[in-house]
Design a protein around this ligand. Structure first.
Ligand code: GLV
Ligand code: MG
Length: 349
């Protein structure tokens, strides 16, 4: 049993108070960079100007011999780079790795005032979050920080999916979660070598047509990530934290990337990762509500000012629940428009 009142107290003497609400700021795109790559790190200010979040990746994708260079490169970005209002996040190595402890200690000590969120990979259960939670509190106290660093878990193991609700509810420090389709595929022994997206083998066939001589039947690809994503969205929404689609690895397939991001947006996700500058624009467009939807939502809210009763609007039934759906759309549009003048214009705010 945990005393519910303890959720509002710091886990170390002198650490900042836990947040009661997760801040909702533009989070349509988390752009990943490798801080051990100097030319990539030099481009971070320019990419930050187009992104909502920039994330220094220390984990997979960074070779073992460059782990320390990546950590030091991220500290330099955190100290010196002009990020045009984009949030700075870090993806640390897995908790079982030889690097995670030093990464947390060094990052919080050196750039804890700049770092908003630590992304923790391969989270399997609430115990992983509890470990990071207490350690961050100790480090924040030592560094004299005045606001807590938040935690974002990657959902990328079968056990993590089994425990997704407990992970989401493990701490007031939990900011959100991302689907990690590559590691999850490996953990589940799925037979795909792709990073996210569909697969031509994962289909349903149309019924056989007795009159078709050739017997060819239409096949429709299904989304192998639907189940996990929907569970993750429920776990996040139920605990007031933010769900994200993760990576889409086929950088040249911008249409496939857009379709996968859009399915995640419609299901409730707030954003996705970008692994290449070309994906930034796709994510920002997809995770910003469509101006026509925003206009329709505004029409409904104006037609039902008290949000009650049943109404016919453009031939469609609208009631209290429709009003709430429209508020979701409008609140998001207003939040994004307040930071993005072009969107404000598109929405007519
Ligand atoms: C991301 O980390 C993934 O494994 O897909
Ligand atoms: Mg992974």
């Amino acid at each position: 049993m945990r005393n519910p009142r303890d959720f509002t107290k710091p886990l170390a003497i002198g650490a900042p108070m836990p947040l009661r609400e997760i801040p909702v700021t533009p989070s349509r795109v988390i752009h990943f960079f490798d801080p051990s790559n100097e030319s990539m790190a030099a481009k971070v200010p320019a990419l930050a100007a187009q992104s909502d979040i920039v994330l220094g990746n220390l984990e997979d994708g960074v070779p073992v011999e460059r782990k320390l260079a990546a950590r030091d490169g991220l500290i330099r970005v955190g100290r010196d780079a002009e990020l045009s209002g984009a949030a700075l996040w870090a993806r640390i190595n897995a908790l079982e790795s030889p690097w995670a402890l030093d990464e947390l200690t060094t990052l919080v000590g050196e750039i804890g005032d700049r770092l908003e969120v630590v992304m923790v990979p391969k989270v399997e259960g609430a115990w992983d979050i509890h470990y990071v939670d207490r350690l961050l509190a100790q480090l924040e106290a030592r560094a004299g920080l005045d606001r807590p660093i938040l935690v974002h878990a990657i959902l990328e193991t079968a056990l993590g999916v089994v425990n997704v609700e407990e992970i989401a509810a493990a701490s007031p420090r939990m900011q959100g979660m991302s689907l990690g389709p590559a590691d999850l595929a490996a953990s589940r022994r799925m037979k795909t070598t792709r990073v996210g997206g569909g697969h031509p083998g994962y289909v349903v066939l149309a019924d056989p047509d007795p009159d078709a001589a050739d017997g060819v039947r239409a096949a429709s690809q299904q989304d192998p990530w639907h189940y996990t994503l929907a569970r993750m969205v429920d776990a996040c929404a139920a605990t007031g934290i933010l769900p994200f689609y993760g990576p889409f690895g086929d950088i040249r397939d911008l249409a496939g990337c857009e379709a996968q991001f859009r399915a995640a947006f419609l299901l409730g996700c707030v954003g996705a990762w970008s692994l290449h500058p070309d994906q930034i624009e796709v994510a920002k467009r997809v995770f910003s509500p469509d101006p026509a939807e925003v206009a329709f939502a505004r029409k409904i809210v104006e037609a039902i000012p008290d949000g009650a009763g049943v109404h016919m609007i453009d031939g469609k039934m609208a009631d209290d629940a429709t009003w709430k759906q429209c508020q979701v759309m409008l609140t998001l549009a207003e939040m994004l428009a307040s930071k993005d003048p072009e969107l404000a214009k598109a929405y007519g705010f």
